[in-house]
Design a protein around this ligand. Structure first.
Ligand code: ARG
Length: 409
C-alpha cells in the first residue's frame, strides 16, 4: 500500500536518489522538505528554487522549502551561546544544532500531510542519523523513521548511475571533494584528503574564514540578559547579528578548528570546521559571565556546560535533562548584561575589554592603589579558619607538630 513519507531534502545526490529509492523500494509517495538554516550564506545562500525543482524532478509529489533562519538563530544558536556549548571543549555543535530544527519541521510537515514516516539521507556511520531519529522519537513517538542511505548499500558511483537511470538532475557544481554541512553557526567539512588526520586541510576547504582584512579592528558586542543584542551600538536581531559576525570575524581568518572527535557511534573522526561568528560570540559571552556571575553560580554553570553540549551532540536536544539545564542557564543569565570589546587581527580574535552596569568587579576592592576599600584585617581570621582543618590534620595525622596558637605577626 502506498504510504506518505516526508523526506529531509538537501538537494544533494544522496537525498535526490533517496526520493526515487523510497518510491521504488518502499512504495512511498515522497514529500520533500528542505530547511533553510542559513547554509552557504557567504555565497548568497542556496538556490532554493533549483533545489525544489530537483526534488520534483527526482519524483517527489511535493517539495517545500522552509525558511528557518531566524528560528535557527533564536531558538537554537542562542541557547547554545548561553550554554557556552563546545563539545569536547572545542566544537560549537554546528550540525548538532540544525538537526533538531529540521526535525521540528519534518514532524510538522508529516502531520500536515498525514504521513506515517519521516526519512533522512544519513548513513549509518555518523551522528546526524542519531539526531534525526532520536529527535523524531522525542517529538512524535508514533512516526516511523526511514534511512534509505543506511540500507541501500550504494557507493557514490552507484548513486550517480542510479540518478542517471532515473533522469534525476545532478548538481551542476563540480563533483564534491568534501562532505559539507553548513548553517548560521558554522560549517563542517569532512572526507577527501582530510580523512588522513596528518594531512593539513588544503586552503580550498575554507570559505567562511578566508583572510581578506588587512587592518586590525575592534567590534563591541552588547548583551542583555545573556543574549547578544547589538554590534558597535547597532541593535540587531540574532540572525543578522550572527551573520554579520561571521562576515567580520571570518574576514580575519579566525574561526577554524581542526580536531579529532568522538562520534556517538564509537568512531573517531577528523573534523574541520569554520565557525567565526560562533567562536567570537562564545568568547565574548563567557567573558561577560566572568564579570557578572557570582562565583558559586558561575562555577556550577561551568560544570554543567559540557553536559549540555554532550546531550545536544548526542541527539538529545528534546530531552528532560537538556530542558532542565536550559531552565538553570536561563535563570543564570539575568544579570549577564553589558558590553564586550573584541579585537581582530591576522587570524586572531580576543577580548580586550568588558563592562557592565551590574558588574561584580569592584574597583575599590580590587585596586592596589590608595582608593582601596578592602578591609585587610578581615583576611587574617578568614585565612586562619580556612586552613584550620588541614592544619589540624597535619599536626595529628601527619605528625608535623602542633598548629601554632595564633599571633604570627
Ligand atoms: N562531526 C560533526 C557532528 O557530528 C559534523 C557532522 C557533519 N555532517 C555531515 N553530514 N557532513 O556534528
Amino acid at each position: 500500500m502506498t504510504q506518505r513519507v516526508v523526506l529531509a531534502y538537501s538537494g544533494g545526490l544522496d537525498t535526490s536518489v533517496a526520493v526515487r529509492w523510497l518510491m521504488e523500494h518502499r512504495d512511498a509517495e515522497v514529500i520533500c522538505v528542505a530547511v533553510d538554516v542559513g547554509q552557504a550564506a557567504e555565497s548568497g545562500g542556496e538556490d532554493w528554487d533549483r533545489i525544489r525543482a530537483r526534488a520534483l524532478a527526482a519524483g517527489a509529489v511535493e517539495a517545500t522549502v522552509i525558511d528557518a533562519r531566524a528560528e535557527m538563530a533564536e531558538d537554537f544558536c542562542m541557547p547554545a551561546l548561553v550554554a557556552n556549548a563546545k563539545y569536547e571543549g572545542k566544537y560549537p555543535l554546528v550540525s548538532a544544532l540544525s538537526r533538531p530544527v529540521i526535525v521540528k519541521h519534518l514532524v510538522a510537515e508529516a502531520r500536515k500531510h498525514g504521513a506515517t514516516s519521516v526519512a533522512h539521507g544519513c548513513t549509518g556511520k555518523g551522528n546526524d542519523q542519531v539526531r534525526f531519529e532520536v529527535g523524531t522519537r522525542a517529538l512524535a513517538p508514533d512516526l516511523n523513521v526511514m534511512a534509505p542511505a543506511r540500507e541501500w548499500g550504494l557507493t557514490r558511483e552507484d548513486c550517480i548511475e542510479y540518478a542517471a537511470k532515473w533522469d534525476i538532475p545532478l548538481s551542476v557544481t563540480k563533483e564534491k571533494l568534501y562532505s559539507i554541512d553548513e548553517n548560521l553557526w558554522g560549517k563542517a567539512i569532512e572526507c577527501g584528503v582530510i580523512e588522513d588526520p596528518w594531512n593539513r586541510p588544503p586552503e580550498d576547504v575554507y570559505t567562511m574564514t578566508v583572510p581578506t582584512a588587512t587592518e586590525p579592528s575592534e567590534v563591541v558586542i552588547g548583551f542583555e540578559a545573556g543574549l547578544p543584542v547589538s554590534l558597535d551600538g547597532r541593535d540587531l536581531a540574532p540572525e543578522p547579528l550572527i551573520a554579520e559576525m561571521n562576515r567580520r570575524v571570518g574576514s580575519y581568518g579566525f574561526g577554524r578548528l581542526d580536531m579529532v572527535e568522538n562520534r556517538r557511534v564509537g568512531i573517531k573522526s577528523r573534523e574541520t570546521y569554520e565557525c567565526p561568528g560562533a567562536l567570537a560570540l562564545l568568547l565574548a559571552h563567557s567573558d561577560l559571565e566572568d564579570l557578572t556571575l557570582e562565583r558559586d553560580l558561575h562555577h556550577e554553570k561551568l560544570r554543567l556546560e559540557p553536559r549540555w553540549a554532550e546531550l545536544v551532540y548526542d541527539g538529545l536536544w528534546f530531552s528532560p535533562l537538556k530542558q532542565a539545564l536550559d531552565a538553570f542557564f536561563a535563570e543564570s543569565q539575568r544579570h549577564v548584561t553589558g558590553e564586550v570589546r573584541l579585537r581582530l587581527d591576522q587570524g586572531r580574535c580576543w577580548v580586550v575589554g568588558r563592562r557592565s552596569p551590574v558588574s561584580l568587579y569592584d574597583h575599590g576592592l580590587a585596586t592596589y592603589d590608595a582608593s582601596d576599600t578592602f578591609r585587610h584585617q578581615d583576611a587574617e581570621g578568614f585565612v586562619r579558619l580556612w586552613g584550620l582543618g588541614v592544619a589540624t590534620w597535619s599536626a595529628v595525622q601527619e605528625g608535623r607538630g602542633a598548629p601554632s596558637s595564633g599571633s604570627d605577626s
